[in-house]
Design a protein around this ligand. Structure first.
Ligand code: AMP
Length: 281
């Protein structure tokens, strides 16, 4: 696997590859890699000539300074994992290499997608995400880019950005990869205490039960039911559960037969904020 830290060097290498007609599949990450990330890399590798991964803990998408400082960093292990799935290229730039002296986001208009759910609780988060992903797309010029449905709102926002800015890249959404007990894999899981890790599968269990109940209760009743379940679980603090339209991400009040819905959840397990979602229809 080739490792680049300098954007101009990566750019030169990839444009050379493109001139040889090689297709590029890109997976942006913040490192502390796990099987969920690797499932995206495997797909990028299978569908393209070259799989390129970036590891960059993007400061502008963190609304919480402590979360940024404590974000797990496991570079040597990440390299081993990427080599185990035959990743071709790793881009591992410094903050200065990406932002120079100006560590700030551009402002984006994602047609309101950015104001829902995570946007309500993480100020400026999606401007940060848009800024880094657009910058990386400009450096790499990938044919396809792979994003997990674990961050479903992010996936929809990236699709919107590509559409609005006419970016020449196809966005692929990949299924959520879970631990055996159902907990969605996340780099932040390693920061859970033993007690919180033990109760964390309650999140997906509750989502699955909500999925079963969908159709027997209206959206409001089902939301209240989920809220009630979390009141019985003192180690987990529900931040929000919302049933939303997959396209607009707006909270559904009435369920319409021709639309697709998901249940979205954010929960604090101690200091660690976990998110998950489930397809309802
Ligand atoms: P992150 O390193 O958390 O920024 O994630 C990088 C990419 O991996 C994003 O597109 C995430 O949605 C995706 N990802 C993270 N965890 C999972 C998972 N458990 N299953 C599928 N994709 C994931």
């Amino acid at each position: 696997m080739k490792i680049f830290k300098i954007k101009s060097e990566l750019k030169d290498f990839l444009s050379q590859q493109k001139s040889l007609d090689k297709s590029i599949g890109f997976v942006p990450t913040m490192g502390a890699l796990h099987e969920g990330h690797l499932s995206l890399v495997k797909r990028a590798k299978k569908k393209n000539d070259l799989a390129v991964v970036s590891i960059f803990v993007n400061p502008t998408q963190f609304d919480n300074k402590e979360d940024l400082v404590k974000y797990p960093k496991t570079f040597d292990n990440d390299v081993k994992l990427l080599e185990s799935v035959d990743c071709d290229v790793l881009f591992f730039p410094s903050v200065e290499e990406i932002y120079a002296e100006n560590i700030a986001s551009d402002k984006f208009d994602f047609d309101g997608l950015e104001h829902q759910m995570e946007g309500k609780f993480r100020d400026g988060h999606f401007d940060g995400v848009g800024t880094i992903v657009k910058t990386l797309f400009e450096i790499l010029n990938p044919d396809k880019a792979y994003f997990g449905k674990k961050d479903f709102q992010q996936l929809q926002i990236i699709k919107k950005m590509v559409e609005k800015h006419n970016l020449p890249v196809k966005i692929k959404g990949c299924d959520i990869y879970r631990e055996d007990d159902g907990l969605a894999m996340s780099s932040r899981n390693t920061r859970l205490t033993k007690e919180h890790r033990e109760v964390a599968p309650f999140i997906y269990k509750t989502l699955k039960k909500a999925k079963k109940k969908f159709g027997t209760k209206n959206a409001n009743e089902l939301t209240q039911w989920v809220e009630k379940q979390f009141k019985k679980q003192p180690l987990l603090e529900l931040e929000y559960f919302t049933i939303a339209d997959e396209k607009t991400l707006q909270t559904a009040t009435v369920i319409e037969p021709n639309k697709k819905y998901r249940g979205f959840i954010a929960v604090f397990a101690g200091e660690i904020r976990l998110i998950d979602n489930i397809r309802l229809k």
